[in-house]
Design a binder for this molecule. Structure first.
Ligand SMILES: [Zn+2]
Length: 409
């Protein structure tokens, strides 16, 4: 049931609405334009702008040539260095850390191999140490750090901030990662799925792109996030995106689910290494696949072989691109969306060899609605999960959501 709102919360809501409009404008906005874009009265905008200036979240800049009826005004511009957020992506092979300013720009970054990924305690120690190191190296006043966004493989309990039992993090069962990081750092923390975070990275940054797209995430596993009207579809438990069992090849490699040729089974990093070895590429041994870092090295060797012209290695990676394209075509038909984005740490490495095959597959895909269907690689590269995790935290603090106005009964 929907309930009303109290006036103080309405004020907070208007504040985030104004901040959001100023942020999206990028280059600065006159108060009159803010009023026009938000539908708020000029007086309300003036009051809200004063609060935002007091908080340091926006700054005033220069006189505009003409802003409103004959009255020169100043532009309101986001003050990007007024607040910061830490974004962390915990991948079974690699931990990535970024420090974002309020505009979402990366001001510091670091990457480390994930320490003993099957030992959650060691991973938390590693995460906390790196977060502290990142903040110290950036020299940012801690009071200006809004918190830490953490992206991990799913499934997770979003509300409790708990990593449940991800297939790619063996040894992890019900790990309260969010609270562990919050307690150890003294910072607010949020936890979300890697694919959800990766999609969110594209929502915070004002770019010319469709507000409806599917995001294909290729990391240690494969997942897909759907963005409709600039909102990530999260599902009832926040675990939407598990696309690993879409069948890509009925005669393909067996999947742990009992079927063959599931997308996750043929596109995960270890599967690519296996296909490379079968195609005659000499790769370092990765054992039984339980060490994500060894698998990672095998994929690096596969990409290096493709770069040096090994035909078998190139075929394996081209086929991977085609498979992403086939699955993406099915999903865009299902959802009637006009754009596909692909990213994640694995994609970033294979894209130079798989990108053309993906593009060709999409170009040949008949679109039921007849509209153009575009495909592109994420501009955030291997940092997409970490950037997105930081953006989720910025979004929680500064994105106007009508649901924030509903009173909890
Ligand atoms: Zn399966």
């Amino acid at each position: 049931m929907r309930r009303g709102t109290n006036l103080p919360r309405m004020g907070d809501f208007n504040q985030t609405v104004v901040l959001d409009v100023v942020r999206r404008a990028g280059g600065g906005l006159a108060r009159a334009d803010v009023a026009r874009r938000t539908g708020l009265s000029p007086q309300t905008v003036t009051n809200v702008a004063r609060r935002l200036l007091d908080l340091g979240l926006v700054v005033e800049e220069g006189a505009t040539a003409r802003s409103g009826p004959g009255r020169p005004g100043t532009l309101l511009r986001l003050n990007p260095v007024s607040r910061f957020a830490v974004g962390v992506h915990l991948d079974p092979a690699t931990m990535t850390f970024v420090l974002l300013d309020l505009s979402g720009a990366v001001v510091a970054r670091r990457q480390r191999p994930t320490p003993v990924p099957e030992d959650p305690g060691a991973v938390v120690d590693g995460l906390v140490g790196e977060i502290e190191g990142l903040l110290a190296s950036a020299g940012v006043d801690r009071d200006r750090v809004l918190g830490v966004g953490i992206a991990t493989p799913g499934p997770i309990d979003v509300d409790a901030g708990v990593v449940l039992d991800p297939p790619h993090l063996p040894g992890w069962h019900d790990v309260p990662l969010r609270d562990a990081v919050a307690e150890r750092t003294g910072l607010r923390a949020v936890l979300d799925k890697d694919v959800t975070a990766a999609a969110c990275a594209h929502l915070w940054h004002p770019q010319e792109r469709s507000s409806d797209f599917v995001f294909f995430y290729l990391g240690t596993g494969v997942a897909v996030s759907t963005v409709l009207h600039d909102e990530v579809v999260r599902g009832v438990s926040g675990n939407a995106g598990e696309s690993g069992h879409l069948v890509a090849d009925p005669d393909g490699a067996p999947c742990w689910c009992g079927r063959r040729g599931c997308l996750g089974a043929v596109l995960r990093a270890e599967a690519l290494a296996e296909q490379g070895r079968a195609a005659g590429v000499v790769l370092p041994d990765w054992g039984d696949g339980s060490d994500p870092r060894a698998v990672d090295e095998a994929v690096s060797a596969l990409c290096a072989a493709a770069a040096s012209g090994h035909a078998g290695a190139r075929d394996v990676l081209r086929l991977a691109g085609r498979r992403v394209g086939m699955a993406a075509g099915v999903l865009t038909d299902l959802l009637d969306v006009p754009a596909i984005l692909v990213g994640g740490p694995l994609w970033d490495r294979i894209a130079p060899f798989a990108g053309d095959a993906l593009a060709a597959e999409i170009a040949a895909h008949p679109v039921p609605g007849g509209h153009p269907l575009t495909v592109a690689s994420s501009e955030f590269g291997p940092q997409v999960g970490a950037v997105g995790a930081g953006c989720i935290l910025l979004g929680r603090a500064f994105t106007p959501r009508p649901t924030d106005l509903l009173l909890v009964s």
